[in-house]
Ligand binder design. Structure first.
Ligand SMILES: [Zn+2]
Length: 332
């Protein structure tokens, strides 16, 4: 299955079927269904009775095996999740052992006699050794193997890998399509759906994280009316969750971006439900200190996925925000 907003992309891809490459690189925005599309393509490539438009039939032995997740000629490379009890702050990577385990059977022949497909997602999570091992395979591809790489961050892929793949940009849904999808597929009411969609940049396939949603909402309340003690409590509460600092940086970053818009009398992009509060913050703050605060966040962001003293960083950021918020216009 593919998403409604991907139909024309499928037709475009089907038109390339006769001269398909042995490696595609699918790019596009996060949470818009790129991996689903690549899996549908996989099923079509493996299908033993392909239908019109190169659609998979859904009923042949290959389609059945694929649906059960046990097709012997399909390999999916994805980062290992942290083991139970390990910190959620661990950096997720595709490592070389995983790549080798997938690549070595490719040197033998196909189990079902058809194509073999390797899906790598998200491709940018391959570490350098893993990427180099895959590159070797892309440089001398085994017969009848198709590689599908999926990324929303193609700048983080090795240029040599990108040059071995045919790029294919997958579309994001329109605002209307995204909202329609979310209302019919989630358990959200219309207002929640709109708020979540705005926060997730209009991409509807974000993972449901009700605990994060609740703590983010709490942060917004706090940023609207910051108080020192509440901020220190908040930093402790966030730290307890063992989420990476990057999560907090993203939340605050979006709040500051919306504040910058409000300073220009423009409506918020990410937190439309807090428009009134954002305009109040904007009315009492100035552009230059806001810019400095954003720069400070930008400097921290490369470390957002590494374990570092999350609580202390959040305390410092919130204290800086408080100073920013207390800024009185110096025009009088
Ligand atoms: Zn089939």
């Amino acid at each position: 299955m593919i998403y409604p907003w991907q139909q024309s992309a499928w037709q475009q891809l089907a038109a390339q079927w006769a001269n398909r490459p042995n490696a595609w690189l699918f790019t596009g925005r996060r949470n818009t269904g790129k991996t689903t599309f690549a899996r549908h393509l996989t099923q079509a490539l493996l299908c033993e009775q392909p239908q019109a438009g190169h659609q998979p039939c859904g009923s042949c032995p290959s389609c059945h095996l694929f649906a059960q997740g046990s097709h012997p000629d399909y390999y999916e490379l994805t980062p290992e999740l942290p083991a139970e009890g390990e910190s959620g702050r661990k950096l997720l990577q595709i490592k070389i052992d995983a790549v080798r385990a997938v690549l070595s059977p490719l040197l033998q022949s196909s189990v079902r006699g058809g194509l073999r497909v390797v899906l790598v997602q998200p491709a940018e999570t391959m570490n350098i050794q893993a990427a180099n091992a895959l590159l070797k395979m892309l440089e001398e591809p085994p017969a009848a193997v198709v590689f599908l790489l999926v990324t929303h961050n193609k700048d983080r892929l090795l240029p040599t890998i990108k040059s071995r793949c045919r790029p294919f940009l997958l579309p994001a849904p329109s605002a209307e399509e995204a909202l329609g999808y979310l209302k019919t597929h989630g358990s959200h009411d219309a207002a929640q759906a709109e708020a979540l969609l705005a926060f997730h940049c209009g991409a509807p396939l974000f993972a449901a994280e009700p605990e994060q949603d609740a703590l983010r909402e709490e942060l917004c309340q706090l940023l609207a009316k910051p108080r020192l003690l509440a901020m220190l409590d908040y930093a402790a509460a966030f730290d307890k969750q063992k989420w990476p600092l990057a999560v907090f940086l993203d939340w605050l970053h979006k709040w500051l971006a919306d504040t910058a818009l409000a300073q220009q009398q423009l409506p918020p992009l990410y937190y439309p439900q807090h428009e009134a509060a954002l305009f109040q913050v904007a009315s009492r703050t100035a552009g230059q200190p806001l810019f400095q605060l954003v720069q400070r966040l930008n400097r921290l962001s490369p470390y957002g996925r590494h374990t570092l003293s999350v609580r202390m960083q959040i305390e410092n950021l919130l204290i800086d925000y408080l100073a920013f918020w207390q800024n009185k216009p110096s025009t009088y």
